[in-house]
Design a protein around this ligand. Structure first.
Ligand code: PLP
Length: 411
């Protein structure tokens, strides 16, 4: 008998890229003891004892919530205090001179889904960089779009503007709407941050191509922004968004997962930016309907937590300070890996900050399997291996790059 599923739902199989690695880590830990296993697979921040970090002030505000806020429904669009806090946290000193409106979403993932759904047509290509967070692919295919990519890095390991421009031209020639997703700063899986000068070039390309009937919708996925070394400098590019042409709609995918360490609460926001009042109004209308139909409304507790932190300057400063300490720890781990990798002649993708460092290879599975023989667990991706420096304590980072280099030589 043929499938009972509707045509669009047939043939789908969920592949969890990290599942196999996580299961293998569990077995190795049981057999050899935690101290003898390096688990560089986890995409969450862990402390030096390898315990998941929950920022103490975030935890306190969350645990102090009353029963109404734990059990009650929230509004479909999200509480105004939450949305204002999400906007302030996103832009800090770098608000573009434009209308800015937000809707609450189920994490950054929900923001990305909401944006693709409302700014591309069925059958359209959506454009992103070749190195990207894998779920972008299924976020597109599940709603009958397809992900296409440009080459992220040129031979100087900088943003490949020619590849970007030629792919934008190619796609916009074939379709009227083009969604572009750029994950920066502190990109997953490389750690790269697009520079302000590169943003100028990107915006010029977008403005040149969004003319006449053609519209471009640009989404900045800023999931890892709060782990930048300088919270103001990493946001200066945002100010440039008021120079986008009227045929461009821009948005930011805000997430409380990494910045507020509340991954499981599934809280985020899609934040639209436009000089055009009509464009921002239609954004809110369409995006709120998507919220209503996908998840109805979201965690009231998580929204109240962010709103509560933003209501009290002292709390906000405490959260910032606690996060800064962890960001410094992350940087220390990454610096150590980078220094040792350079000494060992290991070529990694350009890292600015963030949770991961990636080493390109044509043999990711072979390298990963060789590392497993030494109880080192990484995530093999299509064209490289990903090391989650966010999860590995400094004492286990020491010597890791040398072992990875040896595995590369063997493979
Ligand atoms: N974007 C990137 C690049 C990510 O790595 C993630 C999570 O890992 C997200 C977005 C979305 O995270 P969440 O849905 O938990 O906010």
């Amino acid at each position: 008998m043929s499938s009972r599923l509707a045509t669009h739902a047939q043939g789908k199989v969920f592949v969890d890229e990290v599942f196999d690695a996580v299961a293998a880590v569990g077995r190795a830990t049981a057999q050899h003891g935690k101290e003898n296993v390096i688990n560089a697979t986890i995409g969450s921040l862990c402390d030096e004892q390898e315990k998941l970090v929950l920022l103490p002030t975030v935890e306190r505000v969350f645990r102090d919530l009353g029963s109404d806020d734990i059990a009650g429904y929230a509004s479909v669009r999200g509480f105004p205090e939450y949305l204002t806090a999400a906007i302030d946290q996103t832009f800090k000193n770098s608000k573009p001179d434009a209308y800015i409106e937000a809707v609450a979403t189920s994490g950054g993932t929900g923001a990305i889904h909401n944006f693709i759904w409302n700014y591309s047509n069925i059958g359209d290509a959506v454009l992103t960089h070749d190195w990207h967070w894998q779920p972008y692919t299924v976020l597109c295919s599940d709603i009958m779009r397809r992900l296409e990519s440009f080459t992220f890095f040129d031979d100087k390991q900088k943003f490949h503007i020619e590849s970007f421009a030629s792919k934008v031209r190619e796609l916009i020639a074939k379709q009227d709407n083009l969604v572009i997703i750029l994950n920066t700063p502190n990109h997953n899986p490389t750690g790269y941050s697009i520079t302000d000068a590169e943003w100028d070039q990107i915006i010029a390309v977008i403005n040149q191509n969004a003319t006449g009937q053609k519209t471009i919708a640009l989404l900045a996925d800023i999931a890892y922004i709060d782990y930048a070394t300088d919270p103001n400098q990493c946001r200066t590019f945002m100010k440039k968004f008021d120079t986008l042409s009227p045929n461009v709609f821009a948005a930011f995918a805000f997430s409380m997962s990494k910045g507020f360490t509340l991954y499981g609460q599934r809280m985020g926001a899609l934040i639209g930016v436009s000089k055009d009042k009509q464009a921002i109004d239609e954004f809110v209308n369409a995006a709120v309907i998507t919220c209503r139909t996908r998840w109805s409304n979201l965690s009231r507790a998580a929204m109240r937590t962010l709103a509560g932190i933003y209501k009290d300057k002292t709390l906000l400063e405490q959260v910032d300070q606690e996060r800064r300490q962890y960001a410094a720890l992350l940087q220390q781990r990454a610096d150590l890996f980078v220094t040792e990798a350079k000494a060992a002649g290991l070529k990694f993708l350009p890292y600015t900050a963030g949770f991961f460092i990636t080493i390109p290879t044509d043999n990711p599975v072979a390298v990963s399997n060789i590392l497993r023989e030494s109880n080192i667990y990484v995530v093999p991706m299509a064209k490289g291996i990903r090391i989650a420096v966010c999860a590995v304590p400094v004492n286990k980072i020491r010597g890791l790059a040398v072992k990875v280099a040896e595995a590369f030589n063997k493979a």
